[in-house]
Design a protein around this ligand. Structure first.
Ligand code: GLU
Length: 482
């Protein structure tokens, strides 16, 4: 086994990248980076019917979005990987041939119907339904089989036990007698999952297999293959599943489970990474980690045995923390498509220069939990049509409040400069003269400008909008029936 740490993430491309898969990828990546090792991406696409190129693309996009870069690939001198099992079929066939020739595997010509019939009969008779080994005698000899396809099975000794020294769960024991001569190659020459995984883990010098604990039941079979080939077994770390709020396995029922859905909902990749890493790993009480801190502190010893519950509210909170601190130019770049999706036209986006957009983004950054929320809450600053909350308008824009606004408009108009500071002092002066609180004047303005009762402070917003746009918006509100 290689001395340098070598790990792999091995998704089957049968759908989008699930947050559970992303966490597995992340743990592998962090472990590799922490150990100065190698992180390999291997697409397990031998299930031709269910694998799609579209899914491969989605998985790669998801990993790239999360910043999980992989190191190696089949194209020598070209871009790194990923490896694809469908391109490696001859390797599996060669290794099956070797096991056949060494008497460690044998051809099996039992048909699926025969196997199913015998399985049912065994169950009815109360005996073990496992494969009865009747083709063992055939060995590597296909004589007399004719055109009939033959699968290849591993010859399994059935005395004693197998122990997985799992780095997360501790020792797990399996009785060999419970395992049967499982199939390595199907009669059409395609490898089974257990066979392809082991051959690849061997050929790629994998030192640590870090994967979901739904694979624990496969591991004794994989260990038997290492034994048959006389090779050392890698370390195994089986990570507990992620659960939904009802403690059943996380699925669509609990909300979005696709990594890219979170990108589309306005989550930042670093928040997603930070959230995922904490689902099963801890470092004291620390909640927020930079990527550099994660690489420095990550260890498999701190991965817990008990499944973690996915909490969308905490993820949203964490995302809000990251949004608060993101650099304005990155935030603005992220926001553009979200502003467009919120109904801000290209023309409206281009009316302000980049610095103006940064200022809009920064004003709303403090309270937004997602980029989507930031885009929709700041949408009104652009001069596009806004939605007015009727109930709020009824309550705040009383005739009295409207009259006060009307009286203020010419005074604002007469200000020598139209800035947040001049506006604020004018509003304060007016409020005091009327015996009101600042909020009594500011709130009707806020509702007039934004259509809503909550927004960041309105004076800088008005400065950003410019007097003409702000006045038009407020006048629009004054004309509405209250
Ligand atoms: N292809 C398997 C899966 O997607 C992973 C296999 C492994 O990590 O050993 O579940």
């Amino acid at each position: 086994m290689a001395s340098k740490v070598r790990v792999r993430f091995a998704p089957s491309p049968t759908g989008f990248l699930h947050v559970g898969g992303a966490r597995t990828a992340l743990y592998n990546w962090l472990f590799a980076r922490h150990e100065n090792g190698v992180f390999i991406l291997r697409i397990e696409d031998t299930d031709v019917e269910r694998s799609t190129d579209e899914s491969v693309t989605t998985i790669l996009d998801s990993l790239r979005w999360l910043g999980l870069d992989w190191d190696e690939g089949p194209e020598v001198g070209g871009p790194a990987g990923p490896y694809r099992q469908a391109e490696r079929l001859t390797l599996y066939q060669e290794h099956a041939r070797k096991l056949l020739d060494e008497g460690k595997a044998y051809y099996c010509t039992c048909t699926p119907e025969e196997l199913e019939g015998r399985r049912k009969a065994a169950l009815a008779a109360g005996t073990s339904p496992k494969y009865d080994g009747r083709c063992r005698a055939r060995g590597n000899d296909l004589a007399g089989v004719g055109g009939r396809g033959a699968a290849v099975r591993l010859l399994v000794r059935d005395e004693g036990s197998i122990e997985i020294a799992d780095l997360v769960h501790g020792p797990i024991r399996f009785e060999r007698a419970d395992l049967d001569d499982f199939i390595l190659l199907r009669s059409d020459g395609m490898p089974t999952y257990n066979f392809a995984v082991v051959i690849d883990d061997v050929l790629m010098d994998i030192t640590h297999v870090i994967r979901g604990d739904d694979h624990i039941s496969n591991t004794p079979r994989q260990i038997m293959l290492y034994e048959a080939m006389g090779l050392p077994v890698p370390y195994f770390a089986h990570i507990p599943m992620i659960l939904g709020s009802d403690r059943s396995r996380l699925s669509k029922r609990h909300g979005a489970t696709s990594v890219l859905a979170y990108q589309q909902m306005g989550y930042l990749p670093e928040a997603m990474v930070n959230y995922l890493v904490r689902l099963g790993w801890s470092h004291g009480d620390q909640e927020i980690f930079s990527q550099e801190e994660l690489v420095r502190h990550f260890s498999l010893e701190k991965v817990g045995k008990t499944p973690a519950v996915f909490d969308p509210v905490k993820l949203e909170w964490l995302n809000g923390q990251y949004i608060k601190h993101i650099a304005p130019d990155r935030l603005t770049a992220l926001l553009r498509p979200f502003w467009e999706a919120a109904g801000v036209s290209q023309q409206e986006l281009f009316q302000g220069d980049e610095a103006w957009l940064h200022r809009v983004a920064c004003l709303f950054q403090e309270r937004a939990r997602t980029v989507t929320e930031l885009a929709s809450s700041s949408r009104f600053v652009f001069t596009g049509k806004i939605e007015r909350d009727k109930a709020v308008a009824m309550k705040v824009l009383s005739n009295e409040a409207k009259a006060r606004i009307r009286a203020l408009l010419p005074e604002i108009e007469a200000l020598p400069t139209f800035t947040a500071a001049t506006l604020e002092s004018l509003f304060r002066m007016r409020a005091e003269a009327l015996g009101l609180k600042l909020v009594d004047l500011a709130q009707p303005f806020r509702v007039g400008l934004s259509g809503k009762s909550v927004s960041p402070p309105i004076f800088p917003i008005m400065e950003l909008m410019g007097w003409e746009a702000a006045r038009r918006r407020v006048e629009e509100a004054l004309e509405e029936e209250g």
